[in-house]
Ligand binder design. Sequence first.
Ligand code: GDP
Ligand code: MG
Length: 271
Amino acid sequence: MNLNTDTTDYRCGFVAIVGRPNVGKSTLMNHLIGQKISITSKKAQTTRHKVTGIYTDNTAQLVFVDTPGYQTYHRNALNDRLNLNVTETVHGVDVIVFVIEALRFTDADRAVLEQMPKQVPVVFVVNKLDKAKDREVLAEFIANAEKEYDFVATEVVSAKHGLRITQLIEMLKPMLPHSEPMYPEDMVTDKSSRFLAMEIVREKLFRYLGEELPYSMNVEVEQFEEDPETGMYSVYIAVLVDRDNQKAIVIGKGGKKKKKISTEARLDMEK
Ligand code: GDP
Ligand code: MG
């Protein structure tokens, strides 16, 4: 497929999928990014988001970002920090997809809604459509649920059965800013794992080398192989610098910086 991404009509932006546990967020994500087509390679940008999946077609690229999940039952310091992370993530996105189960709107759902930033549009997605056989009951449920928040739009889907996923994507597109695609392809292929591995290393470079230096660097995957017997990956990533004297900065005293960057990157990749 030929992508005409030079036109300013193209849209690209960040989408956060939120909701209490078990409403079907992961299932939905899998279906959203399952419709992969390839796209001509563009240089990746560093973002402050944790990307979990990318949907790309010839009119838009939807970049789904991770939210660690809301913990609303047990309040403690760690959960508060997790929730803070979620709140920070959803602040930086272009649109939020708030997922619930058909015919169930609980206090846990409300607790998630309460944390939504007012300036980001929230799309209401009622999942598990297959469970709501009576369309009148469903319509009434939705009408009541829509009173809970000032949603910009509503869509009914079945993530598990792949129903109305395309409609959801089409609805989200106009909510994204005009922009060229930020990523070369989605993340369900091996190549995408390579890309993710590079992103992780890039993130560590930013963390440990300060803000300016990494911009003059490039990260390249030299080897990315899976051992078919153990399922373990061998990943070799090169950090390319502009000038010789920058090498020492990356490596650090006694190799300390390099070790820290590679160890942390490896731990993230394993996850
Ligand atoms: P998450 O915790 O929000 O990420 O939810 P999951 O994606 O893990 O899904 C929770 C459960 O709901 C799983 O057993 C899914 O198979 C199921 N599920 C997800 N979508 C649907 C759907 O459209 N219909 C039905 N019947 N079950 C679904
Ligand atoms: Mg999940």
